[in-house]
Design a protein around this ligand. Structure first.
Ligand SMILES: [Zn+2]
Ligand SMILES: [Zn+2]
Length: 363
């Protein structure tokens, strides 16, 4: 919604109609999306059919916020149903962003979709899982079974390894707003075919933890302490894991037939950094990352499909073994919490070989 972003998009991309923009050189297609915060500090994800819809919504919000020219994600003085009503009235798709996180999400504030969106709950067709949750966690909450899940990167920083760290594979004819709408509504054979996202333990808010020193707590202990850390006095933030357990009405995930698989991944650069005992932004890590992506075409190809021998030819056998260990889910995960990302650790059989290395936080 910020006018500078719109200028940027207009300058650099070509409008090819149907709400789709295209990069003139790379041919990558883009849709217009945005996020707003309502008066309960709940974040909503918006998908716009056109620039004119963005302008219409800006007009509707303009008397309710001072933020439009200040913030990429404006705070508007409207309730959740009022935000949804405004968005729907200009033809947007709207739904909860990172729905379980402890600061700014639907489920930190409400116990159900209905409580949040009131009479408009039925018109919400998707939910964004966020980095600290996955399909299997969300499918323990039966009210979500009719919704389409989105696994989006929610990248707010300029670091390239954050872009596309989560993504969705759509079964659509062409990358237009209407086709994406059909996919989210699961009409005409359109659908989301695959959600690809973090192992939720790698997310920043997976476990209940202190937001200052990141000490982790069980839910009961956090309650006993009145949500204040007994080490540093900082606020304890409820983890997505504990929040989902509170909300869950099913003991085990029960995915509806329309639910696509969720593929758990980690950023390739993080895995390489772990194997090399270096920081993610170390030039050697970046160089190996670049070589692999150039050779196999994409990060996901390297993480999921590329033959280990061929990976070995590019970056050596140790790193190819590490990627294989990742595929077999042999890497240990120290869960994130309180605003700090989780981290990967070497499994015993590799840490002997590679020396005892642990990766610092993803920052
Ligand atoms: Zn947000
Ligand atoms: Zn603390």
């Amino acid at each position: 919604l910020h006018p500078r972003w719109r200028e940027e998009v207009r300058e650099r991309l070509r409008d090819v109609g149907e709400g789709t923009l295209e990069h003139p050189r790379y041919g990558t297609s883009f849709l217009l999306t945005g996020e707003v915060e309502d008066n309960r500090k709940v974040h909503h994800l918006l998908l716009f059919p056109s620039f004119s819809a963005v302008e219409e919504l800006e007009e509707l919000f303009s008397s309710k916020t001072e933020d439009l020219k200040r913030e990429g994600r404006p705070h508007v003085d409207l309730s959740p149903p009022e935000v949804a009503e405004a968005a729907l009235s200009v033809g947007c798709l709207v739904g909860p962003s990172h729905a379980f996180t402890p600061w700014t999400s639907m489920y930190k504030e409400f116990n159900s979709l209905k409580e949040c969106y009131a009479d408009l709950a039925d018109r919400i067709v998707f939910l964004e899982l966020g980095l600290s949750a996955d399909t299997y966690m969300a499918d323990r909450i039966s009210e979500l079974s009719r919704l389409t899940f989105l696994s989006n990167s929610d990248s707010h920083s300029p670091w390239p390894e954050r872009l596309g760290r989560e993504f969705n594979r759509f079964g659509i004819e062409e990358p237009t707003f209407e086709e994406v709408r059909r996919a989210l509504e699961r009409r005409g054979g359109r659908c989301v075919l695959l959600n690809v996202g973090f192992d939720p333990r790698l997310g920043k808010y997976h476990r209940t933890a202190c937001s200052r020193c990141f000490k982790q707590f069980g839910l009961e202990r956090a309650k006993e302490l009145g949500w204040r850390c007994n080490d540093c006095g900082g606020w304890i933030k409820k983890g997505v894991w504990d929040r989902v357990n509170e909300l869950a009405d099913l003991p085990e995930p029960l995915s509806p037939p329309h639910r696509p698989p969720y593929l758990r991944v980690a950023p390739l650069a993080e895995i390489l950094a772990l194997g090399m005992g270096a920081e993610v932004r170390d030039p050697r890590v970046r160089e190996s990352w670049r070589k692999l992506v150039e050779r196999f075409g994409s990060e996901i190809e390297v993480l999921v499909d590329a033959p280990p021998e061929e990976i070995g030819e590019v970056v050596g056998r140790e790193l190819s073994e590490l990627i294989l260990a990742f595929r077999k889910q042999e890497l240990k995960v120290f869960p994130g919490g309180g605003g700090r990302y989780g981290r990967l650790e070497l499994p015993p059989h590799l840490s002997k070989k590679m020396g005892q290395r642990t990766l610092g936080d993803f920052t």
